[in-house]
Design a protein around this ligand. Sequence first.
Ligand code: C5P
Length: 334
Amino acid sequence: MLSPSSYPSRLKYVSLVVLVLQTTSLVLTMRYSRTLKEDGPRYLASSAVVSAEVLKILACTLFVFRENSFSVRAMKQLLKEEIVNKPVETLKLAIPAGIYTLQNNLLYVALSNLDAATYQITYQLKILTTALFSVSMLGKRLGLYQWLSLLFLMAGVTLVQWPTDSEGDSEQKILSAGSQFVGLMTVLMACVSSGFAGVYFEKILKETKQSLWIRNIELGLFGLVFGFLGMIVYDGQRVKQWGIFQGYNTITCAVVFLQAAGGLVIAMVIKYADNILKGFATSLSIILSALISYFLLQDFNPTRVFFLGAVLVIAATFLYGHERRPANGSTIAV
Ligand code: C5P
């Protein structure tokens, strides 16, 4: 039997393993769902983002319910005290929520244009943006290994994105180069947004002592409003014509479920593990999804330059975590 004091350490490893599995399966299912050729309209990414927010809010409400010994009255009272009676604190969550909504939509565009492995390795640049925002917004300091690893990271991502002389007719080449460019730009924007929103959320968490799940409900509520507005603005016509859930199938439901689960797992990793370990988990998931992409999906054919770039990115992540912790145990967010 595990003693109660060993729960956090057990939760730390459980949350990291779940994050590796969740990241890998989300990237692969999302990529598969965006490239699957089917009759009828394809599902709207903006609608999937909204559905994931609803699922996340429901799950977090359930966790708060459990924390309050399954008493509806106690839960309602707590939600009123923490969300309604503290409007300024609650409104602070609107900023990361808006940015995460944009980011969650951008990732669908990225995965419609890039293969799973290229996307995941390029998205590791969020380690760089997170570090830069941590330095500028939280006043954190980086050691020599960490700056070095950021250089390796940039070199690795450049190699992964290096154009290759693929075969095929010239029209196909122009099309795929355009697609690669759109994919790259959206991932880069997502890196900036991930870094900023992550550090901003960390700042809010550290400033107050509120329950993580209540913070996540607030984040989800704003995310739901922004996501819904985004869906109306960008896909309003199609929603009118075919409805919000057009093109949904089992794979779409899996994507929505995995995206919602991701939000919860990331919140747990921040609470029970730390952000450096989150970087390790993402690196492991890169290796896993590249292997699955290559052996099972066969939509990815790595070149030597790609392989070298991938090794550099993964090595950089480990080098980044190598830094000795200061006495107070605080670490830089990755
Ligand atoms: O790639 P990155 O780590 O920035 O991904 C963050 C993801 O986790 C986003 O989809 C965001 O909506 C979600 N998230 C969440 N709750 C948090 C923090 C992040 O749902 N507390």
